[in-house]
Design a binder for this molecule. Structure first.
Ligand code: ADP
Length: 185
């Protein structure tokens, strides 16, 4: 199975991604985690994207597109994957489809975790990540609306969107996703 999951900062997509991957035996590819690790290790990539991530801005598309291309060409993801944090713009969504064409693969579903802004804000403020400072969170929520939400239309038009109410206990959200994917509990 090949899936993407998206939602605002603090929507719970990271947690749901982990649960789903262990259930479906596929690999989670979490761009935010990988970028934060690259920054911590001060790799070439880490130094390039650090100024963006720290301010809550999006890393440049060219860097992200190349990054995901390399990742999806690795053998461990051949059986299936779940992308958490990519695509994050309609442009990246289109680029992902081009990449999948090249790989002869197909995206099954794009899962959107729908959570009100007030919940996103309060959940994110309870984390203490370097990109979870209050002004940075506001910026990430704004970018989520401006840049990421247009993906809804992209996936809806292609009949691949799975919209899930994420403003519920984790377990309920998990069950709703499995149900939406047609997987027995
Ligand atoms: P959250 O799950 O809280 O929304 P992530 O951990 O997925 O956030 O991402 C953290 C940061 O990493 C983003 O604010 C952004 O700076 C950068 N980032 C991650 N994925 C992408 C992407 N696909 N395109 C551009 N920037 C990205």
């Amino acid at each position: 199975m090949r899936l993407i999951i998206f939602g605002g900062p603090g929507s719970g997509k990271g947690t749901q991604a982990k649960e789903l991957c262990s259930r479906l035996r596929i690999t989670a590819v979490a761009t935010g985690d990988m970028l934060r690790q690259a920054i911590a290790e001060q790799t070439h990539l880490g130094r390039q994207i650090q100024p963006y991530v720290e301010k809550g801005e999006l890393a440049p598309d060219e860097i992200m597109i190349q990054f995901i291309q390399q990742r999806l060409n690795q053998p461990d993801v051949a059986p299936g994957w779940l992308l958490d944090g990519y695509p994050r713009t309609a442009f990246q969504a289109e680029e992902l489809d081009f990449l999948l064409d090249e790989l002869n693969q197909r995206l099954d579903r794009a899962i959107y975790l729908e959570v009100p802004d007030a919940t996103l804000l309060s959940r994110s403020l309870h984390r203490s990540r370097m990109d979870d400072q209050p002004d940075v969170i506001q910026r990430r929520i704004q970018l989520f609306h401006d840049r990421t939400l247009p993906m809804l239309e992209y996936y809806e038009r292609r009949g691949r969107l799975l919209r899930i109410d994420g403003d519920r206990p984790l377990e309920d959200v998990h069950h709703a996703i499995l149900n939406g994917l047609g997987i027995a509990l």
